[in-house]
Design a protein around this ligand. Structure first.
Ligand SMILES: Cc1ncc(COP(=O)(O)O)c(C=O)c1O
Length: 386
């Protein structure tokens, strides 16, 4: 798909066609899995299509990276072995010891652990601030040393909303970059680069891949200097996905739009059901008018997503028991796949934030609402909560 055609195309067309032209020799409409580590050179330094060694580039990965860039309306996309590998590469490419980052006070536990237990040892400081509170983010910035304002929106697991356009201004006023973890929204629902963010990062393990069969990460940028820094570090650090993983992730991308619409349809039904359930003390979903971030979410997201969190009226043990009783909702970590998942963040995905400012409520249950028949999901939740 040419650059000009890509710019004029709708999201679903880009998701299906961007990044790859049918193979010139065979006409294969899907990128082949190039299971090769190296490439024959036509004389020393005579690379065919720039391919030299598969840590640096592999055609199956190139196709995926083109699609990722197109989905986020960026200039360059980069695929990684996991979301955390993508995050680590951003941090090591763009910060140095003594620098500082502002991070969400409600973030994926593994992201917090990366900042707090790994990057900190190398001299990278961080301060948590609520992504929904611009004054708190501004106050957390250390003029001269803050290099990155890092946000999730919606956050994991409390679904707090940050105003990307306003956060970009706060970051840029301080001479920092805005990084948005767009995993929960997916590029179908929200495109942070269009709203002024500098870097988008994904755990493609989630909605982008969409089928719970592959772990991966992505970075997308518009600025070519940032692209150069990420290219250098992607190759130098080597946390790249293999061609089989790239193939699976790319296959998932093609149906992202239809899947997301169904995730949103089902999540809306689940939210309505839980809102009137006697065992539920609070439903957290950005689509609810009473959600504090509803207006911002309505402005910057196409719809409100497939993630729903709620608090059990009878406390922690009742929440744990309900998670164990569900059957159609599979008890498990992760999110964004076609199948519905249920989990207890305090004892599962967010155990690494226990005892910190990022601790999550003990009675919280997080749902990744899948694309099964909605009525079956409601019956299952009713049984789990009874
Ligand atoms: C919002 C968010 N960001 C990043 C990650 C890390 O991604 P991965 O598990 O692919 O390393 C996750 C994983 O759950 C996540 O939920």
């Amino acid at each position: 798909m040419s650059q000009e055609h890509r710019q004029k195309s709708g999201f679903e067309t880009r998701a299906i066609h961007a990044g790859y032209e049918p193979d010139p020799t065979t006409g294969a409409v899907i990128p082949p899995i190039y299971a090769t580590s190296t490439y024959k050179q036509d004389g020393v330094g005579g690379l065919r299509g720039g391919y030299e060694y598969s840590r640096s580039a592999n055609p199956t990965r190139t196709a995926l990276e083109g699609a990722l860039a197109a989905l986020e309306e960026g200039e360059r996309g980069f695929a990684f072995a996991s979301g955390l590998a993508a995050e680590d590469t951003i941090l090591r490419a763009l910060t140095k010891p003594g620098d500082h980052c502002v991070i969400p006070d409600d973030a994926y536990g593994g992201t917090f652990r990366l900042f707090d237990k790994v990057e900190k040892l190398w001299g990278l400081e961080h301060t948590p601030a609520a992504v929904s509170d611009l004054d708190a983010v501004r106050a957390a910035v250390r003029p001269g040393t803050t290099r990155i304002v890092w946000v999730e929106t919606p956050t994991n697991p409390l679904l707090t909303i940050g105003d990307i356009e306003a956060l970009a201004s706060v970051a840029h006023d301080a001479g920092a970059l805005l990084v948005v973890d767009n995993t929960f929204a997916s590029p179908y629902l929200q495109q942070p680069l269009v709203l002024g963010a500098d870097i988008v990062v994904h755990s493609t393990t989630k909605y982008v891949g969409g089928h719970s069969d592959v772990v991966g990460g992505a970075v997308v940028v518009r600025d070519l200097d940032l692209a150069e820094a990420i290219t250098f570090h992607q190759n130098s650090m080597g946390a790249v996905p293999g061609p089989f993983d790239c193939f699976l992730t790319h296959r998932g991308i093609k149906t992202l739009g239809v899947r997301m619409d169904r995730h949103c349809d089902n999540a809306e039904q689940v939210v309505e059901f839980l809102s009137s359930h006697p065992k539920v003390s609070q439903v957290i979903y950005p689509g609810l008018p009473e959600h504090p971030g509803h207006a911002v979410a309505a402005r910057q997201m196409k719809r409100f997503g497939g993630m729903v969190s709620f608090r059990h009226a009878d406390g922690e043990q009742a929440a744990v028991d309900a998670c164990a009783r569900a059957e159609v909702f599979t008890l498990g970590e992760s999110l964004g796949g076609v199948e519905s998942l249920i989990e207890h963040p305090a004892r599962m995905t967010h155990m690494s934030v226990a005892g910190t400012d990022l601790e999550v409520p003990a009675d919280l249950i997080r749902l990744s609402v899948g694309i099964e028949t909605a009525d079956d999901l409601l019956v299952d939740l009713d049984r789990a909560l009874s």
